[in-house]
Design a protein around this ligand. Structure first.
Ligand code: CA
Length: 491
């Protein structure tokens, strides 16, 4: 087995510091475990702690009650691939060409999130953490971009953007197509899961399989008390295809709408998994020393049964419903209990928070767009007073764009004029105040334009049509995006 030189150097440095008394044994043993539980396409009102009236999530709610709930948590993008690229790199994906989902194929054709964008997993692994990724990857399928080559000791799941849930059904379809000699074109949602590059024969409902593997990882990590863990558990639930277990749907006899009922069952399966994970953390004596972060990669799709209430918009939009999601932190004695944190935060903030609490050195060359907000979160103060949080989704010939600063939000949606909302008072983005505050609008849009100067051309497109449109329309056309029409300017 090869020794990771960088990791060896960090461990050596830590050992020298420990000998010299700069890092005591107790400091090292206090390094917490970090558990990220990510759901896929979950709406703002699809967990009990964030307003769901019909879906039960008792395990998540229990964590929320004993932790801090973030009511203005933003992802960097309103759909999967770029959002996850932001989480892993701590940077806006527009800055390294990852603005679009990777192409739909069984292999990603030699592309993935550029390797010079260091992942948080590598930073923690190099600092001595035992690292695992379970579930959906969607950041590059070739070996070069494989989780095991991006800072994860363990990987269990699938490399592409989604999966069917019932093994009996998807295995039968997979075998049938394979028998027809279609090995290379079989839809990736049907393909076998893998463990560290080797195919596995998963027999459980996928959400249950991923929960099982998470508990296995946590138990394994407990064997070495001196080594904390970082686990990135990325459920594909409740992303389509909409497939729930009957007993999970039976938890919701009062829900009559079939789509909502299926969706509720899929969310409930995640919550059952969280219950098992919490139980395992407690049984192995790791619960109190684990930061648990729960959130979704983007907003929900109402036509599939999700609810983003009271937010406007849906997955794919830069309206709030597209990229503002439920989020909680749970860490006994470190993160305030029963707190609601209303100030805006970004998934970009996770990278610097994790590195800080892990005492993990960040490479000097590493650029970050987020910040360690934990000290302000603990004090329930605005960690980003006067700072902007951006979202941009490119469409056919124009870009949906939005920025949040304190209680204000500017947004340009569906190629219409820029609008301004007092998002704290007007969470549903109904009352456009751009005419009342034209200077504020101009200032925020101008600041977003400065942000856009750091963007680069996309390295790939999800489908050829998207790339064709991009070139045909000479995208990104930022001279139009940031132009404010005359009626909105002051005289
Ligand atoms: Ca998603």
């Amino acid at each position: 087995m090869f020794i990771n030189i960088q990791k060896f150097n960090v461990l050596l440095t830590l050992a020298i510091l420990a000998i010299s008394g700069q890092v005591t044994a107790s400091t090292m043993s206090e390094r917490p475990n970090i558990l990220v539980i990510l759901t896929d396409d979950m709406g703002y009102a699809d967990v009990g702690f964030n307003g769901a009236k019909d879906i039960k999530t008792p395990s998540l709610d229990a964590l929320a009650n004993k932790g801090t709930v973030f009511t203005s948590a933003y992802n960097v993008h309103p759909f999967c691939g770029p959002s996850r690229a932001g989480i892993m790199t701590g940077r806006y994906p527009h800055k390294f060409g990852s603005q679009f989902n990777l192409p739909t194929s069984n292999r990603s054709g030699g592309i993935g999130i550029p390797k010079n964008e260091t992942f948080i997993s590598s930073v923690l692994q190099n600092a001595g953490y035992f690292t695992g990724a379970i579930g959906k990857w969607h950041l590059g399928e070739e070996e070069y971009f494989h989780p095991n080559n991006r800072g994860f000791d363990e990987f269990y799941g699938f490399l592409n953007g989604g999966h069917h849930y019932f093994p009996k059904q998807f295995k039968a379809r997979y075998q049938k197509q394979k028998a027809q000699g279609l090995e290379h074109s079989i839809f990736h949602y049907l393909r076998p899961l893998e463990h560290n590059g080797k195919e596995v024969d998963e027999k459980e409902y996928i959400t249950d399989g991923l929960s099982r593997e998470a508990t296995r990882f946590i138990k394994k990590s407990a064997e070495n008390k001196d080594q904390p863990f970082f686990l990135y558990l990325a459920y594909n639930a409740p992303h389509s295809p909409m497939e729930a277990k009957k007993e999970d749907m039976d938890q919701f006899p009062e829900i009559k709408d079939k789509k909502r009922k299926t969706y509720a069952g899929m969310v409930y399966a995640v919550d059952r998994g969280v219950n098992e994970i919490v139980k395992t953390l407690k049984e192995t004596g790791q619960f109190d020393n684990t930061l648990i972060v729960f959130f979704s990669d983007n907003g929900g799709k109402p036509k599939l049964g999700a609810s983003n209430a009271p937010l406007r918009g849906r997955k794919g939009d830069v309206l709030e419903g597209g990229y503002r999601t439920p989020m909680l932190f749970h860490w006994p004695k470190r993160v305030p209990e029963g707190q609601v944190y209303k100030y805006p935060v970004s998934s970009l903030d996770l990278f610097p928070i994790f590195a800080d609490i892990a005492h993990a050195p960040i490479p000097k060359s590493k650029k970050l767009d987020g910040k360690n907000i934990l000290p302000q979160v603990i004090k329930n103060e605005n960690a980003r007073a006067g700072e902007m949080i951006f979202a941009m989704r490119h469409r056919n010939g124009f870009s949906d764009s939005a920025a949040r600063r304190d209680n204000w939000k500017v947004v340009q949606h569906s190629n219409k004029s820029w609008q301004l909302f007092d998002i704290e008072k007007d969470i549903n983005e109904q009352n456009d105040l751009s005419k009342q505050h034209p200077l504020l609008l101009r200032e925020m849009v101008a600041e977003m334009e400065i942000w856009s100067w750091s963007h680069v051309q996309p390295l790939w497109f999800h489908i050829h049509e998207e790339g064709f449109q991009w070139r045909e329309k000479s995208m990104p056309r930022f001279h139009e995006t940031f132009h404010i029409a005359k009626p909105q300017t002051i005289d």
